[in-house]
Design a protein around this ligand. Structure first.
Ligand code: CFM
Ligand code: HCA
Length: 530
């Protein structure tokens, strides 16, 4: 891979090459290499990334069905984020579901000149009048930050006037270098304004929250099925298939599981500091990972009946998984995959691929931080630059009344037995030596790497999909799952194996001759109808 790296760099101006080089790493797990991540994209380069508003409004808050997410901004920011992420939800009869709506203040030039706060207040009142929601979240887009509308003071005023929970987010698109800043802003807002608002009594013997699972393609439904059967009470999922109420009592859980470390580790850390709830990193992507995660929960609660039930579920599900896995693996073994997605799936999906004998030759995140690549051990050595400093880090104190001393004692005991808490090893230690790891890959690099590796499948998002397919390689969207899913848990693994069998065993994309291959100039003529 060093050869292709040199070819890629040769095209860049020297200064750019010098910067970009630090984001491309030939992996060596034994050596533990450093990668540059969470820095600004170089202007002019076609990045895969999205913006801070996307990470806050779309990713973290978007999947909760009964908060009205009101976007303060021009209509495009709402329109292009409307129902594209495939975060599903299942409201009970008569329950609110606002996910199908798109709420926006639709600001105009005159609001930019004279200010948009009055329009925002009217929009909040109108939304309240029509829908009578339990809560309203207000999200700032770029122009709102530039003209200085204060969404927080409007939120306070409207909360007072309407008597429901209303909170604002300064998540202007430009506020950070990517979606990642928006995750942090959303975590802070949810922690300050929602978690802890409802101290309800226990409803189960084993109460957990699932953090960083957004129910894309129904993933959370599959996990709910497993927890339900095991007798584990899933109090709150942040935020797939969730309600605001479930988040309000999330602090009464005994354990937090983190699926997507990048987008939600902040809430996990703050909940531990304030309420004493420990967290563990899990991945339900892949059958092996799912079994491991369930066992991890059972081990935590240390209850014979729970452990037996979990083992029973794993055995039954794995029997079904194995039949499909073996059949698919016979056809897919030895194929090569590349994946460039978000801030956790580029890692998680490598497990699913390896279960059917597919090797990941190159992978990377769009916006993850060094800890997601190299492991949380490197956190103290991460340089805090101005862009990161721009995002507020909340100072959280122990809640003297609600802090769970019992859980702290439990944690101590388990730690002594080698149980691992609060850790994530990252993607690079688990990837093969000499695989190529790239942060914030761009189109030029994508094209060169496809030429070099000739992968059997490329996993990314909608912006990459058609370019990659036209180069003869099938592309699986690991964001929206195209039209598929769920891919989490055991049923999810089966779905994914079958989807990969279908995609890896077709030659259709290789037969595509794109016009520019034979005739790079598009020539046309006008036909005028008489
Ligand atoms: Fe976490 Fe996500 Fe991801 Fe993410 Fe995303 Fe997503 Fe993703 Mo798209 S929260 S980091 S900001 S797992 S929306 S559900 S698919 S880029 S890899
Ligand atoms: C986002 C959302 C996104 C985009 C996916 C894509 C998603 O980043 O704002 O580029 O195809 O998963 O919907 O990541």
């Amino acid at each position: 891979p060093s050869k292709v790296m040199d070819e890629i760099m040769a095209k860049y101006p020297t200064k750019i090459a010098k910067k970009r080089q630090k984001s491309l790493v030939v992996n060596d797990p034994a050596e533990g290499k450093e990668i540059q991540a969470n820095v600004r994209t170089i202007p002019g380069i076609i990045t895969q990334r999205g913006c801070t508003y996307a990470g806050c409004k779309g990713v973290v808050l978007g999947p909760t069905r009964d908060i009205i997410n009101l976007v303060h901004g021009p209509i495009g920011c709402s329109f292009y984020a409307w129902l594209t992420r495939r975060n599903q939800t299942r409201p009970a009869e008569g329950e609110d579901n606002f996910i199908t709506y798109s709420f926006s203040t639709d600001i105009q030039d005159s609001n930019i000149v004279f200010g948009g706060e009055a329009k925002l207040k009217d929009a909040v009142r109108e939304a309240f009048e029509i829908f009578k929601p339990k809560a309203i979240g207000i999200f700032s887009t770029c122009p709102v930050g530039l003209i200085g509308d204060d969404v927080h003071s409007v939120s306070r005023e409207m909360k007072e006037e309407l008597g429901i929970n209303i909170f604002g987010f300064s998540c202007e698109g430009y506020r950070g270098v990517s979606q990642s800043a928006g995750h942090h802003i959303a975590n802070n807002g949810v922690f300050k304004n929602v978690i802890g608002n409802n101290n309800r009594d226990r409803i189960g013997k084993f109460q957990i929250n699932l953090l960083g699972e957004y129910n894309i393609g129904g993933d959370a439904f599959e996990l709910e099925r497993l927890f339900d059967e095991a007798g584990i009470t899933l109090l709150s999922t942040f935020s797939g298939n969730s309600t605001i109420e479930s988040m309000e009592y999330a602090h009464t859980a005994d354990l937090n599981l983190i699926m997507c470390h990048r987008s939600i580790n902040y809430i996990a850390e703050m909940m531990e500091e304030k309420y004493g709830i420990p967290w563990v990193k899990v991945s339900f992507i892949g059958a092996e990972g799912s079994a491991k995660a369930l066992r991890k929960v059972a081990e935590y609660f240390d209850d014979a009946e729970l452990s037996a039930k979990v083992e029973e579920i794993i055995e039954r599900e794995m029997t079904k998984v194995e039949v499909v896995r073996e059949a698919v693996k016979a056809k897919t073994e030895g194929k090569l995959a590349m994946m460039f997605v978000g801030g956790s799936r580029a890692h998680h999906y490598q497990d699913l691929f390896s279960e059917i004998g597919v090797t990941t030759v190159s992978a990377g995140y769009e916006f993850a931080h060094r800890d997601d690549y190299e492991g949380r051990d490197v956190i103290p050595s991460i340089k805090i630059d101005a862009d990161t400093r721009n995002i507020e880090d909340l100072t959280v104190e122990k809640d003297l009344e609600l802090y769970r001393e019992d859980l702290a004692v439990k944690k101590e005991k388990l730690l002594k037995n080698g149980y691992e808490f609060s850790n994530y090893d990252g993607m690079m230690p688990e990837m093969k030596k000499n695989s190529l790891v790239i942060d914030d890959i761009n189109h030029w690099e994508t094209e060169k790497l496809i030429e070099y590796y000739k992968p059997d499948i490329f996993c990314a998002g909608i912006k990459e999909k058609y370019v990659v397919q036209k180069s003869g390689v099938p592309l699986k969207q690991l964001h929206s799952y195209d039209y598929g899913g769920p891919y989490a848990g055991f049923e999810g693994a089966i779905n994914f194996y079958l989807e990969m069998e279908r995609m890896l065993c077709t030659r259709i994309w290789k037969m595509v001759t794109t016009p520019w291959k034979t005739d790079p100039e598009i020539v046309g003529s006008f036909a005028i109808n008489e």
